[in-house]
Design a protein around this ligand. Structure first.
Ligand code: FES
Length: 353
């Protein structure tokens, strides 16, 4: 490895000794310079302490701008309502919240990015170094050389000496993550026990999701899979998506002798059993049914449940069986629920500490 010069060489050859005066870039006469490289040209900041101070103030100003951007981001998040629309030329009508969050976060990140680039371009060392490539692994001498250069580079970056930059940079870097913390509020409220209750209750008629008609036992053939929902739920309802996400069920008919789990058989009707359609892993809707084995498969991460054995998990990341809905038949001959699910539907968050 050869270098165009070391830190000591630079200090020995600063303008006044070999370079031009009056702010013109100087040319270093370096006895160790690599002949393949042009002579080193000093920046104004290398030869003029006032220019270096000016750059330092610019960098500190950019980091300070980043801090203000983060504070403005948080303020906008608190002040603006999601529904507030404003006219901003040339974008037209936009959400005040989205626009202000985008703008202020851009300022916060740009302040750090541009400040760092300006710092590196004007104040950190810009010595040219060449490295002749041969073996990929480095010998001890090279490692020591790199270590020394790292130490020299750290010194020359002025990180320890330029307290203003260091302080404002730490300020900007420590404030900017706050932006991601405050927007956690948009994840919505915690589910608490909302998944423990669904629209199912004693006497609720099972509706075929395809035909929107009440289901009768004779409608459910052995080996078929039918999706259902509770009576009274309409797509036009404001909370339809929330309710159907919890109450969606799948209905299958097994031969009674094929049902291994006694409780499952007693909660069914003549081999018809009803389970939540929501996977107990992270809540995807289950849709694939293997008639021969009575297995249902979640398409998201391949959790597989055995519907002939209490919807027990036989494969995949789900930790719990699918909750079963106890059913019976009402006086009109329709399939009805006998209660709500006996376990919360969906991901098993309630078991987490
Ligand atoms: S959501 Fe069903 S396996 Fe992950």
């Amino acid at each position: 490895m050869s270098e165009s010069g070391s830190h000591n060489d630079v200090s020995q050859n600063l303008p006044g000794e070999h370079g031009t005066h009056g702010g013109e870039p100087a040319v270093r006469s370096d006895p160790f310079a690599n002949p393949g490289l042009p002579p080193h040209e000093y920046r104004r900041q290398d030869i003029d302490e006032r220019a270096a101070k000016h750059s330092e103030r610019v960098v500190a100003g950019l980091f300070t701008l980043s801090m203000l951007g983060t504070i403005a981001f948080i303020a906008c998040f608190v002040i603006f309502d999601i529904d507030k629309i404003v006219y901003i030329f040339p974008f037209g009508h936009v959400s005040a919240l989205n626009f202000s969050l985008g703008l202020t976060l851009s300022v916060a990140l740009l302040g750090i990015g541009v400040g760092s680039v300006h710092w590196a371009r004007t104040l950190m060392s810009d010595e040219e170094i060449t490295d002749e490539r041969h073996r990929a692994d480095a010998d001890d001498e090279l490692r020591e050389n790199v270590r020394q250069q790292w130490i020299t580079g750290a010194k020359e970056s002025g990180f320890g000496r330029r307290k203003l930059i260091r302080t404002t940079m730490f300020g900007a870097l420590s404030l900017v993550p706050l932006s991601s913390i405050v927007i956690l509020r948009d994840l919505g409220p915690l589910p608490h026990d909302s998944l423990a209750h669904t629209l199912w209750s004693k006497g609720k008629v099972l509706i075929n999701s395809n035909t929107n008609q009440p289901l009768r036992p004779e409608d459910v053939a052995v080996g078929s899979l039918t999706f259902g929902m509770p009576d009274g739920l309409k797509e036009s309802d404001e909370d339809f998506q929330d309710q159907i996400a919890k109450a969606a069920v799948m209905i299958v008919r097994l031969k009674p002798e094929d049902i291994k789990d006694k409780k499952e058989a007693s909660w069914g009707h003549d081999g018809i059993v009803v389970f939540s359609k929501i996977c107990t892993h992270v809540g995807c809707p289950i849709s694939l049914y293997e008639q021969q084995t009575h297995h249902v498969l979640c398409p998201c991460h391949q959790s597989t449940f055995d519907l002939s054995d209490g919807a027990r998990v036989i494969f995949g990341p789900a930790g719990h069986p699918l909750p079963q809905l106890p059913i019976g038949v009402n006086a009109d001959g329709n399939l009805v629920a006998l209660s709500d699910f006996k376990a919360p539907v969906g991901p098993a968050y309630w078991e987490r500490p």
